[in-house]
Design a protein around this ligand. Structure first.
Ligand SMILES: [Fe+2]
Length: 198
């Protein structure tokens, strides 16, 4: 299915972005009340690591978005560039607030584990909702294609988990993985065409 049709199904099912986004938004909103400021920042940097990972995967392998509607592929690449450019901003604020000690490390990895569980519960829930809207919950070949896409070819999830693990290294910093070349390459591609590349 083309991504434009998928987005149409999404809104037709009532699952628009306002119904899909509340869990993360709510956790970010309630965090300052429920936890210390450092923990609220730790939630932000954990989520930023996820967006940085997805951006890296999307920009580093053209096959990920090869079958997407060119307009949506352009939006996703633009978003991936933007997420890459600011991937260390909140992290640097966290270090400024908490320092580099073991307390700061243990807080960020503990919160990353909690965020990871919540993140994947949300991803699976949203995905099931989209597939349900498409009437394809029983489409076994479709599930197999999904599995192959994520884990075999192009297999972006294999890279996702490797990048996720980097976060647990003491002394980790987002720019230790310097992927500015992807940002520069896509910006050059946009500039050369005077429009978003397909
Ligand atoms: Fe971000």
């Amino acid at each position: 299915m083309r991504s434009s049709e998928m987005y149409g199904k999404l809104s037709a099912s009532g699952a628009d972005d306002t119904t899909l986004s509340p869990p993360v938004a709510a956790s970010e909103r309630s965090a300052p009340k429920a936890t210390a400021r450092a923990s609220a920042l730790a939630i932000t940097i954990a989520l930023e690591h996820f967006t940085a990972i997805m951006a890296d995967v999307a920009l580093s392998d053209d096959r990920i978005l090869a079958d997407a509607d060119p307009r949506f592929a352009a939006v996703w690449r633009w978003h991936a560039i933007e997420e890459t450019e600011h991937k260390a901003v909140a992290y640097d604020v966290y270090r400024e607030v908490t320092g580099d000690g073991w307390g700061a490390y243990l807080r960020r990895v503990r919160i990353m584990l909690l965020i990871t569980i919540g993140f994947w519960i949300d991803v699976v829930r949203y995905h099931l909702r989209l597939v349900h809207a498409d009437g394809a919950l029983g489409d076994v070949p479709g599930w197999w294609r999904l599995f192959r896409f994520h884990w075999v070819n192009p297999g972006g999830m294999r890279r996702v988990w490797r990048l996720w693990l980097e976060y647990f290294r003491p002394g980790f910093h987002p720019w230790q993985r310097d992927n500015r070349r992807y940002v520069e390459a896509w910006k050059a591609a946009y500039a050369a065409r005077g429009a978003a590349p397909a």
